[in-house]
Write a protein that binds this ligand. Structure first.
Ligand code: MTE
Ligand code: MO
Length: 322
């Protein structure tokens, strides 16, 4: 697998437009009329910046850090994190951050339905404002064997489960991303089973670590990373952490995820990180942190065994990883 040290598309941090200048330029565009002004401006001034975060519940950030969730590793360089992404809706490669800016996240209708006493439809911003937003430092380990450590902001998934009040028979939570082939050109590739879908067992969804991300680096979440709502399940391979969620459905049937539908031998339902169980096509023993030269050992449950190993006691280990 190929991992580029410095992605060719990444703007070095020192060249990124300082926030203040960028903001005033945007305000200028707003007041003077975008058409006239944009036409006369050099193309780099018109271009989006990978730091741009949408205006969703901005007053909640930066949120207070919850020190229970800190790390023994350095945070990954921000410019790598924000420009090296998996978001197949926008293309099957890593440099989608510019394309993702086309996604409009305000308004953003979220449905919570299925086997619940309190089905709800509400705007993501209203949902976010009802939730206890905090910052957590988490590891993220992609099944492709790259990894990162990032400061997410958001709320425990358990709070959303509480709001929905699942019925006794509900055993799983199924989550869906948007379908918008007009803005997300990857969705015109009809051989993929859109929309992107993921699922958790309900006891996984209510584990302390299961987190709905609404922000990053002390600001609302950037679009390329799954604004306005995305999951972070740090003990599982990254593909479980579904982006830009529009629907949460409580069900008694085990969901079949996007990747499982494509290739169940390689991407199973549990997908718990384990350095001792190789992917059918490569080793999972080590990983390549974004922005770092050396590989480092991968940890069982990505370093979260203490918190989550109990969820799987008595299960056949073979079923837990792929
Ligand atoms: N909707 C959606 N969610 C997604 C993906 C995707 O393609 N579409 N890719 C997944 C994979 S494989 C990984 S590793 C992470 C990547 O998150 P990042 O780009 O924010 O680092 O998002 C996950 N969530
Ligand atoms: Mo991934």
């Amino acid at each position: 697998m190929l991992i580029r040290q410095t992605p060719r598309w990444a703007i070095p941090e020192r060249d990124a437009t300082p926030e203040t200048i960028f903001m005033s330029r945007r305000q200028l565009l707003g007041t003077t009329g975008i058409g006239i002004l944009a036409a006369g401006m050099p193309s780099n001034a018109r271009a989006a910046n990978f730091n741009d975060s949408p205006d969703v519940a901005t007053e909640l950030y930066p949120a207070k850090q919850n020190l229970t969730y800190s790390l023994d590793r350095k945070l990954s360089p921000r410019s790598d994190v924000l420009t090296y992404n998996n978001f197949y809706e926008f293309g099957s490669h890593k440099d989608i951050w510019q394309r993702a800016q086309k996604l409009s996240v305000k308004p953003w209708l979220v449905k919570i339905d299925g086997m619940v006493s309190n089905p709800i439809e509400l705007d993501a911003e209203d949902l976010i404002r009802r939730m206890p937003i905090e910052e957590r430092l988490y590891r993220h380990r992609c099944v492709e064997a790259w990894s990162m450590a990032v400061p997410w902001s958001g709320f425990p998934l358990r709070e959303l489960v509480k709001l929905a009040q699942p019925q006794a028979g509900a055993k799983f939570l199924e989550m869906r991303c948007f379908t918008k082939p007009d803005v997300a050109r990857g969705q015109r590739q009809r051989w993929y089973p859109w929309p992107y879908l993921e699922g958790l067992r309900l006891d996984e969804a209510t584990n302390d670590l299961a987190f709905i991300v609404t922000g990053i680096y002390g600001k609302p979440l950037v679009k390329q990373m799954g604004a306005p709502l995305r999951l972070a399940i740090p003990w599982k391979y990254g593909f479980k952490s579904i982006k830009s969620i529009v629907q949460f459905t409580f069900t008694d049937k085990q969901p079949k995820s996007f990747w499982e539908q494509l290739q169940s031998r390689e991407y199973g339902f549990y997908a718990n990180v384990n350095p001792n169980v190789d992917h059918p096509r490569w080793s999972q023993a080590t990983e390549k942190p974004l922005g770092q030269d050396e590989r480092i050992p991968t940890l069982l449950y990505n370093g979260y065994a203490e918190e989550v190993a109990g969820l799987y006691s008595g299960m056949d280990p073979k079923t837990l990883f792929y």
